[in-house]
Design a protein around this ligand. Structure first.
Ligand SMILES: CSC[C@H]1O[C@H](OP(=O)(O)O)[C@H](O)[C@@H]1O
Length: 325
């Protein structure tokens, strides 16, 4: 299966996630500016995929500029392209650290980031699947997920949807409820596409229907990804995640986060320190480019929210459950 992002013949190739689900389009990015634009319009998105993008973008710059200062300037622009997912800056730093050895070593490190990604996400998601089989009495399981934390949010495999793949292979999955995930509809456009491609039974639902689905006993567990996990276990993820954690706690079902350790930011003591990206008003006032709100509507459009650690049942990583023992 094609990687979501990869290096090919001296350029970065991505699956254009703005074209899905109607078209599988590969974009070939040859400059840092093209990559930054792709990151900002979510043509490439999802914390682990952004880590890979940051690393590859740094390699692209190092192979094009002899002047280290120019590379470091590009690296900062890349790291600043989106503020919430810690992996973007982490990937940039991973690659940039090899700059003194030369540009080929920057690329070598970037490729190591990509090669590690699927392995660590398979381990983290397998750990979460085993946790849910141990914790939930009902078989097969009915999961609810939010946004897209599948292979499209990573280099390959996925985090929250990696749990789905493991359970499906074990014959332990009944269906997945996939939140549409307003306003950019990552669930309706991307998660539904991934689940359909994999032959997984799923039902797409309005974000506003998720809590009542849980209240009506239609969900055994909520499984989501993450963009930044603070040292105390507070979790930043797509906006709409926090209400799911509240509903899960109210109705006594597990709320499980799946993420690689590269999503943990030990420099941030709690969720209060996580910068939440605010995006353009048009994402809310327009649907498919058509205005649905008054032209002078004021908008609040945070792209993420923060779920406090006490509402998180478990954070499954490749190294164990965070915080690690
Ligand atoms: C496996 S990380 C996926 C994570 O990233 C998404 O945000 P965005 O689509 O804005 O990049 C969302 O928070 C997902 O849970």
């Amino acid at each position: 299966m094609r990687r979501t992002i990869d290096w090919a013949d001296g350029a970065i190739e991505i699956l254009d996630q703005c074209a899905l689900p109607h078209e599988v389009r590969v974009l070939r990015l040859t400059t840092v500016d093209e990559l930054i634009a792709a990151i900002r319009r979510l043509a490439v998105r999802g914390a682990p995929a952004l880590g890979a993008a940051g690393a590859l973008g740094t390699a692209l710059s190092a192979l094009r500029h002899r002047d280290e200062d120019a590379v470091r300037a590009d690296a900062k622009r890349l790291a600043d392209a989106r503020p919430t997912a810690v992996n973007l800056g982490w990937g940039v730093r991973r690659a940039l650290n090899r700059l003194p050895e030369g540009p080929q070593f920057v690329l070598e490190e970037a490729m190591a980031v990509l090669d590690e990604d699927e392995r660590v996400n398979r381990k983290a998601s397998e750990r979460a699947a085993e946790f849910l089989l141990d914790r939930c009495a009902r078989r097969p399981l009915r999961l609810l997920t939010h946004c897209n934390a599948g292979r499209l949010a990573t280099v390959g495999w996925g985090t929250a949807l990696g749990v789905v793949w493991h359970l499906q292979a074990a014959g332990q999955l009944e269906y997945v409820f996939a939140d549409e995930t307003r306003p950019l509809l990552q669930g309706a456009r991307l998660t539904a596409w991934e689940l359909g491609e994999a032959g997984v039974p799923y039902r797409l639902l309005p974000d506003s229907a998720a809590a009542s689905a849980i209240a009506r006993g239609l969900v055994d567990a909520v499984v989501v990804g993450a963009d930044r996990i603070a040292a105390n276990g507070d979790v930043a993820n797509k906006v709409g995640t926090y209400p799911l954690a509240l509903a899960a706690a109210r109705h006594g079902i597990p709320f499980v986060v799946v993420a690689p350790m590269s999503t943990v930011d030990s420099q941030v003591p709690s969720g209060d320190g996580i910068v939440v990206e605010e995006r353009a008003a048009e994402e809310v006032t327009h649907v498919a480019g058509r205005p649905v709100a008054p032209p002078d509507a004021a908008v609040f459009n945070p792209a993420f929210d923060v779920t406090p650690a006490d509402l998180v049942t478990a954070i499954a990583t490749e190294d164990g459950f965070f915080p690690l023992e």
